[in-house]
Design a protein around this ligand. Structure first.
Ligand code: BG6
Ligand code: MG
Length: 218
């Protein structure tokens, strides 16, 4: 049997949490008097919390002390977590669950490859943590996407070569990371934004069993 590694990003791929990151960053930006649009937000997707704050401060041309940065990072995360208090399986994006189920039924290896340090509680609360044979998140890596470290670690944990690994991603940084890792990149989102991905789908409802079968066989 062909065994491939299917590596999923979390925010904006498995769960609809990208919008909460955006709201929390937008609130902070507003407090700091920085204009922060959905276009700016694309640059933050897939990127670590620390780097995200730096991008926002660069936008506002603000130089801050480490103490202030730590305060804002804490505040942003508290705001983000306040949105997650009541999350449950309804937060799983359409079409994701059937794909996870199909991969499991077909003996494929599944990993999480996320920049988030909040990944585990989200997988637990949404009830899908048992689908994952390996979890690599923001607590495990020192280099953030577009560095391929997170995906390479995930494939290694699954015992699968990068060339036999498939990454599902909604961020430009994540697609670049997958491509650099020599993995198959599948973009989830808008074609104009994720133009570097090898395959692109608007969401998981457009991914059918034939597509998965072809990934497993090739
Ligand atoms: C990524 C998100 O998955 O995780 C980013 O796309 C986020 O928006 C990053 O900043 C880090 O997440 P967290 O939960 O550790 O702040
Ligand atoms: Mg994402």
């Amino acid at each position: 049997m062909n065994k491939k590694a299917f590596i999923f990003d979390l925010d904006g791929v498995i769960v609809d949490t990208a919008k909460y990151h955006y709201l929390a960053w937008q609130k902070l930006a507003q407090e700091l008097g920085i204009e922060f649009t959905p276009e700016h937000n694309e640059e933050l997707k897939g990127v670590s919390r620390v780097r995200s704050l730096d991008i926002i401060l660069e936008l506002g041309k603000i130089e801050a002390s480490q103490e202030d940065k730590n305060k804002w990072l804490f505040q942003k995360n508290e705001d983000y977590l306040s949105y997650l208090v009541d999350i449950d399986q309804s937060e799983i994006l359409p079409g994701v669950y059937p794909v996870l189920k199909y991969l499991k039924e077909n003996g494929q290896a599944i990993a999480l490859g996320s920049a988030s340090k909040n990944a585990r509680p989200i997988l637990e609360k949404t009830g899908i943590i048992s689908y994952f044979d390996a979890i690599v998140d923001g607590n495990d890596v020192s280099n953030a996407k577009p560095d391929p470290e997170v995906f390479l670690n995930a494939a290694k944990l699954l015992g699968v070569n990068p060339e036999n690994s498939i990454v599902f991603e909604d961020s430009v940084a994540g697609i670049q990371a997958a491509n650099t890792a020599n993995m198959i990149s599948v973009g989830i989102g808008e074609e104009e934004i994720l133009c570097e991905s090898q395959f692109i789908f608007k969401d998981f409802t457009f991914i059918d069993e034939h597509f998965i079968d072809a990934l497993i066989k090739n």
